[in-house]
Design a protein around this ligand. Structure first.
Ligand code: HEC
Length: 494
């Protein structure tokens, strides 16, 4: 039985928006496996058949991957389901499970979207709160940082640094910030304030840059202009009124690493207590680079506040290694947070089609991208390998996690020491209860206010969250389209 067109969606349109054609091909392979071995009983849609639908989100969410794997491997002979051990390999079964999860996510149908979240009340499991719009009228807000005087700095991906002062978005962006390459993932990214800002005034910015000196080749026939090579850059500078001055380079890659890929630039910031700056650089679409210690791509980096290399970095004595590397095997990490209880550094990372990860980042460790993944990536069949870290939790289908934050204030006491994860595709703010190195419970706090880029905690203990109107999927916009965004604040309600 087939669902009415458009009512429930079907496996045909189950591809999450914005995936590469490679991922599409792999999706197609496992769709065919499903048709060949499973659909005669389980059906192709949410209606199911002789056996229950396997695209049912409720069913999938209540089963672990391991439990599903076991059922498929051993079958349910008593109920009439054959064992697939020997028919499908272990890896084929893992991929089939990911296909089910991804498809189910895409079939869930259109999410409700609340365009004006101001004064909406959310009654979550442990805390009731009201959303308060701090400033609207931003375009793809990406990063956010608070100055000691209460002003809020927000980057916009199209290449602007904005100031929000006394709850008012200053009309003019900061003048004189670096020229940014904009397109697809590229643009201006994170902003951070030096821990000792009061004394030194340094502000850090990351952005995508077109290769300096690049000259586009003359147009040839009707061919579209080639995409210029670009790469992630980190600078610091100061604010003089509403002007950006005294720019210093903290990180700039050699010209050979600038590529015409428009994806996976990283690049979130965090400082540790000793004043080291951590920043991430994604794999720029080059999977193998993440395992290659001689390139800064697919790494989390640690530098002194002036960009110099700390002498206790893990690879400073490894011949040929990039000395700023702190950890490697990363696909596209875009969130950092320090656990207030253990002092450990947690990070989020985008997976390849499912397999989004939350990791604990430790000195010199390998997080496996290029060799292992919980997501779907043609050419990668392994989920684990000795010497490579497993994620603490992972998400299939993708929520596209970006900024993350631990809460240690006193405005929402029952959230203390929880980890908050902003999800773009997942359009959500998610709360994770953490015990030592484990996530013991999770809750989606909201899912109706659009793409959620990052969350930070202000000095008064309130969450500030960046939202952006939905893109991709049923909006008809490209996933990377520019849409309006805003800063909201979560006000506790008793
Ligand atoms: C001949 C019919 C048949 C085929 C073919 C079949 N199944 Fe099943 N399957 C069943 C039935 C019937 C059940 C329900 C068992 C029950 O209710 O206890 C089931 C249960 C399951 C469950 C457990 C669901 C749950 O509630 O935990 C999974 C997972 C599953 N099947 C996966 C598959 C996959 C994947 C394939 C193809 C590789 C497949 N099945 C092929 C008949 C089939």
């Amino acid at each position: 039985m087939l669902a009415a067109p458009g009512a429930l969606g079907s496996v045909e349109d189950a591809k999450p928006p914005g995936q590469s054609s490679q991922a599409k091909t792999s999706n197609e392979v496992f769709r065919q496996k499903f048709v060949e071995h499973c659909s005669s009983c389980h059906g192709m849609d949410l209606a199911g058949g002789r056996a229950p639908s396997l695209f049912d989100q409720t069913l999938l969410e209540s089963r672990t991957d391991e439990a599903l794997h076991h059922t498929i491997d051993a079958g349910r002979p008593a109920a009439g389901m054959p064992a697939f051990k020997g028919v499908l390999s272990d890896d084929e079964i893992w991929h089939l499970i990911q296909f089910l999860r991804t498809s189910a996510g895409a079939m869930k149908g259109k999410r409700p979207f609340v365009e004006s979240p101001n004064n909406r009340i959310v009654d979550s499991a442990k805390q009731k709160f009201r959303l308060e719009v701090v400033a609207a009228g931003l375009e793809v807000p990406w990063g956010m940082a608070l100055l000691p005087d209460g002003r809020l700095l927000v980057t916009e991906r199209p290449g602007r640094l904005r100031i929000i002062e006394n709850g008012r978005l200053l009309q003019k962006p900061v003048a004189g910030t670096p020229t940014v390459r904009v397109g697809h993932d590229a643009g201006m990214f994170d902003v951070a304030v030096h821990p000792d800002y009061r004394r030194n005034g340094w502000i850090y910015l990351s952005y995508a840059e077109t290769l300096p000196g690049y000259v586009a080749p003359p147009p040839s026939g009707d061919a579209p202009a080639p995409i210029p090579p670009s790469m992630t850059v980190v600078v610091r500078g100061k604010l003089d009124g509403d002007e950006w001055v005294q720019t210093q380079t903290i990180f700039r890659a050699p010209p050979a690493l600038y590529t015409s890929s428009g994806v996976h630039y990283g690049s979130r910031f965090t400082f540790d207590r000793a004043g080291h700056l951590f920043f991430s650089i994604g794999d720029r679409g080059s999977i193998s680079a993440a395992q290659d210690l001689s390139t800064p791509i697919g790494k989390i980096h640690r530098v002194n506040d002036d960009g110099s290399v700390p002498s206790d970095n893990p690879f400073v004595h490894t011949h040929g290694a990039v000395p700023t590397t702190w950890s490697y095997g990363h696909r596209n990490p875009q969130g950092f947070a320090w656990d207030p209880v253990t002092g450990l550094l947690w990070a989020s990372e985008h997976g390849p089609g499912g397999g989004d990860e939350i990791n604990i980042i430790e000195r010199g460790r390998n997080y496996g991208w290029g060799v292992i993944t919980m997501g779907r990536q043609p050419g990668i069949d392994q989920r684990a390998e000795s010497g490579m870290e497993q994620p603490i939790v992972y998400y299939t289908p993708s929520i596209a996690p970006s900024g993350i934050a631990f809460y240690s204030g006193d405005r929402y006491p029952r959230w203390r020491n929880n980890l908050f994860v902003a999800g773009l595709a997942g359009q959500q703010l998610r709360r994770l209860e953490v015990q030592d190195r484990r996530v013991v419970a999770q809750e989606v706090l909201f899912q109706q206010f659009g793409r959620t880029r990052t969350a930070i905690v202000g000095p008064e203990g309130l969450f500030y969250v960046l939202l952006q109107n939905p893109t991709g999927g049923t909006t008809g916009l490209k996933l990377e389209a520019s849409t309006p965004g805003m800063v909201v604040r979560l006000m506790p309600v008793d």
